[in-house]
Structures are given as C-alpha cells and as structure tokens.
Design a protein around this ligand. Structure first.
Ligand code: UTP
Length: 406
C-alpha cells in the first residue's frame, strides 16, 4: 500500500502527505491511501494550467415567456405527461453542497422550516413532486446526490421519515466525488494526520458521479431519455414539471432551463444569454453595470433571465458532455489544515484553492437550450442564508402565499 501511494505522491511532488504515516494504525493508513488513490491529478493539473476564462461575445437570448407558455400549455402538458408515463424522465436532486451560508450542522434538506409544526426542506420537495404524480398518474424515479460528508445522514433521514410517502424503491442515492484543497504553494492540505482536506467537487460532476456509482447504465437500459436536475434549496421547486418537459421536448433542443425575471439588476443569480451564438449562463459578477441595467422597449432587463437551478438535459447529450470538457472553477477559500507540527489551524484569511465544476456550464456544452420562464412568486423560494435575502424567512412568506401550512 505504502509503495503505491509513495510513487504516486512523489510523481506529483506531494510526499508531505505521508509525513505522519508511521504514527497511523492500519485503518488510518488504509483511509489515507484510499483518498490518495482517488485524487483526480488530471483535474488538478488542468485547473492550475487553464488560462483565465475569456468570455465570448455576449448577446441576449430569447426565452419562452409566461404568456407564450400559457397559450400552448395543453400541448406541452400532454407531451410531458406522455414522456413521464413512458418512464423517460429521471430526477436528480443536487444535495451534495455544504450549505456554508446557511450554516446548518445537518444536511440542508433536513432543515426544519416549519413554524407551528415540523416541515423539512426534503419533505416540501417531495410534496411538490407528489403533485406531478397525481397529475400524471406515474412515479418519477428520484436520484439524490449526496456527498461523503452528508450521505449517511441524508439516507437515514429519508428512511426515518418513510421517504415522506414516496415509494422507497423510487428513491436512489449516490455520492458525488470529492476534490482536495490545495494551498497557494500548490501543496495538498491535510485536515488530519490520516486525511486530506477534501470537499465536494461542485454540482457539475453530477453525471460523472452517477456513472461512478454504476447507475448510469441502468438508467439507460430503463429507457430514461431526460434528466431533470434541480437544487435542494428552492422549496417552491416544481420538478418533473410536465409542461416544462413537454415544451423542451417539442422545441427539439438538448436542454431546458427554468428562469425567473430578475427582480432587480444586481440580483445575485446567473443570467441566460448567448455566448458566441451558443446558449450560456453568465454569472451576476461577470455582467458589467451597463449590461446588468440594460432594458428593452418593454422595460424588461435584457440580461434578466435568471437561472433557478432547474434544468432538463437530454440523456444522450449529457453522456457526450464529458466532465473533462467543463471548465474548472477555482475558488479561494479558508480551509482548516494541519501545520508542520500536526496542529489544526483555522485560518482567518483565505489560504487555499478549492476546485469545482458547475452545472451551469453544461448549458453551453449542451449546444442548444430552451429558456422557460416561471413565475417567481409561485416557483422560486431559495434558502441560501439563515436570515435576510433568500433565507428561511423569505421562503416562509412565499410558501404561505402559496397556501402551504407552516
Ligand atoms: P450552492 O451553490 O448554493 O452551494 O449549491 P451550497 O453548498 O448548497 O451552499 P453554500 O454556497 O456553501 O452556502 C446549489 C445546489 O448545488 C448543490 C447544492 O446542494 C444545492 O442544491 N451542490 C453544490 C452539490 O450538490 N454539490 C456541490 O459540490 C455543490
């Protein structure tokens, strides 16, 4: 075991990882060796070598408006319902994030947002899904992506709550991969003598993680043609929405993205646009002030189609969008680490780079996309923070407006 990882670490000038090897028992050694074996060296090298991403030529994109959707609702619904009943849709719930802004000790989906009675985030999501089951008369398989840190707690929570009434056989869990954090000197950080400092590798890795978990092939043979991928934190999320599915299928495009009209120019959501003629998502901090404030003749923000992290991807396209073609985002973060004396240091300033791929980059890789407008009052209540904007408080107000008893 030692020889294998010694060579690997030596090749990458990371031998300091073995500094405490002699102090470790068998179990701890096996744990560390497994982590080293799982390091995606190629990704680390690529992240460090990739040039700063230059954006292409950005232009506005046309989306399907609420009015247009209402006019064709029946056709879209009939098509979506047919696809769902034929088993062509699978759901992927992204629940592998760390929820640092919310600061909960337990997985984000287990947070109780009720007032007079418990109402868990996962519970509300399953309720929203049950609406579709009632409308379409069919269950949609749900694949929940967890991370190493929250996998056991997430599974246990669903089991303890009897899957909130969804058939247990239709709920599957898979873990996303981890990426090591690296100090600014390029050295891997350790979080303990037997462990690298690891964190989830971003939500862009969902399909690669499905493959890694051995589930992708089963989905293919089951005849799944579409994935509806959505975030854990929007409690008004309408997933497996037959109207959205039907509209995307009938558009002939490779993916669909639910968007809300931005509430104000600086709202911190990515915006759908065209980049060098291809659909793309531009982050709020990449839009300059002039672009962010630009309005059309109707007074709508030109770059105002805010993505809500609810996407449809055609399965054959996703298979071809290899993870390796997604750009790697390097985030500078504060990462606790062991110093040379083996003491855990909680840094006060950023000390490390974390590496992530993002699902929003898949839109560009997919090549074509149907932007599909939703009414934010009915479908957009993200919980990112404890208080203030996009918090439990704001989500409760919106849930109550939609008739949810809290
Ligand atoms: P966010 O970007 O809001 O990240 O994730 P987060 O980890 O939940 O929260 P912060 O930024 O630490 O406060 C958007 C969606 O992507 C999922 C999250 O669970 C959420 O549903 N996600 C994020 C993953 O599944 N894996 C990741 O590595 C990151």
């Amino acid at each position: 075991m030692y020889d294998d990882i010694f060579e690997e670490l030596k090749d990458h000038a990371q031998l300091h990882v073995l500094r405490w090897w002699n102090e470790l028992d068998e179990e701890a050694r096996a744990r560390l060796a497994e982590q080293v074996r799982r390091i995606d060296w190629e990704m680390l090298l690529k992240a460090q070598a990739q040039p700063v991403r230059e954006r292409g030529h950005i232009q506005p994109v046309d989306g399907l408006s609420l009015r247009e959707i209402a006019a064709r609702r029946e056709d879209f619904f009939a098509c979506g319902k047919r696809e769902i009943r034929a088993g062509k849709l699978a759901l992927v719930l992204l629940a592998g994030g760390q929820g640092t802004r919310l600061g909960s000790e337990t997985p984000k989906g287990t947070v109780d947002i009720g007032i007079t009675r418990p109402l868990y985030i996962f519970e509300q999501l399953i309720r929203n899904l049950q609406d579709v089951v009632r409308q379409c008369g069919a269950y949609v398989p749900l694949y929940v992506m967890t991370s190493a840190g929250n996998d056991a707690a997430t599974r246990a929570f669903f089991e303890e709550h009897a899957y909130f009434g969804y058939p247990a056989g239709e709920v599957h869990f898979f873990r996303q991969s981890l990426a090591p954090a690296v100090g600014f000197d390029g050295k891997l950080l350790m979080s303990a003598k037997d462990s690298l400092a690891l964190s989830p590798n971003g939500n862009g890795g969902w399909y690669a993680s499905l493959v890694h978990a051995g589930l992708a092939e089963a989905l293919r043979s089951r005849g799944v043609e579409w994935f509806n991928v959505f975030s854990v934190d929007n409690v008004l999320q309408r997933m497996a929405d037959p109207v959205f599915l039907g509209a995307t299928v009938l558009s002939g495009r490779a993916c669909g993205a639910k968007f809300v009209r931005k509430a104000y120019p600086e709202e911190r959501v990515g915006a759908l646009c065209l980049e060098d003629g291809l659909p793309s998502v531009i982050e709020y901090y990449e839009l300059d002030k002039e672009m962010a404030n630009l309005r059309d003749e109707q007074g709508e923000l030109v770059y105002g189609c805010g993505v809500t992290l609810n996407y449809l991807f055609r399965a054959d396209v996703v298979r071809n969008v290899a993870e390796s073609s997604l750009p790697i985002h390097v985030a500078r973060k504060k990462v606790p680490f062991l110093n040379d004396a083996g003491e855990l240091v909680e840094p006060q300033t950023e000390n490390a780079c974390k590496f992530e791929t993002l699902i929003l980059d898949m839109v560009r890789c997919a090549g074509s996309c149907l932007p599909f407008e939703i009414d934010r009052e009915k479908e957009f209540a993200p919980i990112k923070n404890r208080t203030g904007q996009d918090s439990v408080e704001t989500a409760r107000v919106l849930l109550a407006k939609n008739g949810v008893e809290l």
